[in-house]
Design a protein around this ligand. Structure first.
Ligand code: AOS
Ligand code: ZN
Ligand code: ZN
Ligand code: ZN
Length: 424
């Protein structure tokens, strides 16, 4: 479904005067407003193909209707989001959930919607129906070399699919680990994992990156073989310059200082990308910014500071992806909220007075340091984000447009009330 442009224009027209008032006020506080707007226009966040259907928990799944039944329809859904917010210009695929049967056609369809393919994700955390050996006791860490080889071959296959689509990175998330003390020899598990990753790394095209995603617990609850950023960093360092750490915001032990992790990984040139989401307890995969928006701001504050210090391009030098999905919201509305939260935090981070902060830090003026950060974080930047969208042809308010234009109803009309997303 392609939304006619005039509908967005009509929607915007109704709110234009009010928007202009709000924007002029917000912009009056920003010295380099045009620079900020351009950065927002350039910034794109990839949508995961697995978040377009209603997520479930192991206790149930409550689908809402009109979900995408194929990869083609998933691309259309992301296209719709991108039409509304102009900031979702990429999709991240999970293989084998979303194997492109006809890659040329899939690529063309994505291009038609202005979408690129971000990182491709491998899956060695489930057994597939036609699979020879089981991942019950791990994949790349497995005690049996044959299982490790199967996992390596799968990852190489995923790279092949990615090449066909124009993707330039592979995300490896391993559920490997152990659930009971004594189950694993940690050192051997690490060495097996490293050796497997090295074989995958060897198959990586020159212009590709490999993201090694870590996670503190789940599905294994005693040890994870890529359990924290230290372990991921160790693998990435040993693998080589194309390997990086991927930070999923929900993958830490409670109260971890994620912004500090981000800062140091950036300093070492080993931060590869993000899986954005929010959480209260663990890997809750809630809407970005729904629980801890200040933490999100602090992370972006480090990102902007660190990327600028290294002369990096905010939009292109890291992989920005969402990894969230859950039970009670319309997935498209949820994703619009997530992207909006990311854009807000990014804008606020761009507003931090860096020079004043450096001076205050140098003077040990702790109070002033806090004031400087919170001045930026408490600024209502929604009209600035909306202006960036307006300038690139999106909707002033994405969620309201989605509802007012009755887009879910249209999707249900097209696909049916019983349409349930593939994958997962
Ligand atoms: C799992 O917890 C990780 O966040 C992965 O990124 C995973 O591949 C993704 O959530 C899809 O299940
Ligand atoms: Zn993730
Ligand atoms: Zn996760
Ligand atoms: Zn998660």
């Amino acid at each position: 479904m392609l939304l006619e442009k005039y509908k967005i224009e009509e929607f915007n027209q109704a709110g234009l005067a009010e928007h202009k008032r709000r924007f002029d006020f917000a912009a009056s506080y920003v010295k380099n407003i045009d620079e900020v707007l351009q950065k927002l226009i350039d910034f794109q966040v990839a949508i995961p193909s697995w978040a377009l259907g209603t997520g479930g928990t192991r206790f149930g799944r409550f689908a809402g209707g009109g979900e995408p039944r194929s990869l083609e329809e998933k691309i259309e859904d992301v296209g719709l989001l991108h039409q509304l917010n102009r900031s979702s210009g990429a999709i991240s695929l999970h293989i084998p959930w979303d194997i492109p049967q006809n890659p040329a056609a899939i690529k063309a369809l994505a291009a038609q919607h202005g979408l690129k393919f971000d990182a491709v994700n491998s899956n060695t955390f489930q057994d597939q129906p036609d699979q020879k050996l089981s991942y019950k006791f791990g994949s790349m860490q497995h005690v049996d070399k044959a299982v490790r080889k199967q996992a390596v071959d799968h990852n190489i296959e995923v790279i092949r699919h990615g090449i066909e689509l124009g993707s330039e990175s592979l995300t490896v998330w391993l559920s490997d680990g152990s659930s009971f003390p004594g189950q694993l020899n940690f050192r051997k598990a690490f060495q097996n994992t490293l050796e497997s990753l090295q074989e995958v790394y060897a198959a990586l095209p020159d212009n590709w990156k490999m993201f090694v995603e870590y996670k503190a617990f789940e599905p294994n609850f005693y040890s994870m073989s890529v359990g924290d950023w230290g372990q991921s960093y160790l693998y990435a360092s040993k693998l080589g310059e194309k390997a990086y750490t991927l930070v999923d915001l929900g993958h830490h032990l409670p109260n971890a200082n994620i912004e500090q992790i981000v800062s140091l990984l950036l300093m070492e040139g080993k931060l590869g990308g993000f899986h954005f989401n929010d959480s209260k307890y663990g890997d809750d995969d809630l809407t970005v910014g729904s629980v801890k928006p200040y933490q999100l701001f602090l992370i972006f504050n480090e990102l902007v500071e660190g990327m600028d210090a290294r002369g990096m391009n905010h939009a292109t030098d890291l992989g920005w992806m969402i990894d969230a999905s859950h039970n009670v919201k319309d997935p498209l509305e949820d994703l619009l909220q997530s992207v909006e939260a990311i854009m807000i935090a990014y804008t606020q981070a761009l507003l931090v007075d860096r020079k004043a902060l450096a001076e205050a830090q140098q003077a040990n003026d702790v109070v002033r340091c806090q004031e400087i950060l919170q001045t930026a974080a408490r600024t209502d930047v929604r009209a600035i984000v909306a202006e960036a969208r307006l300038r690139s042809g999106g909707a002033l308010q994405t969620l309201q447009a989605f509802r007012q234009l009755e887009l879910r109803k249209a999707l249900i009309g097209e696909r049916g009330l019983k349409a349930v997303s593939t994958g997962l």
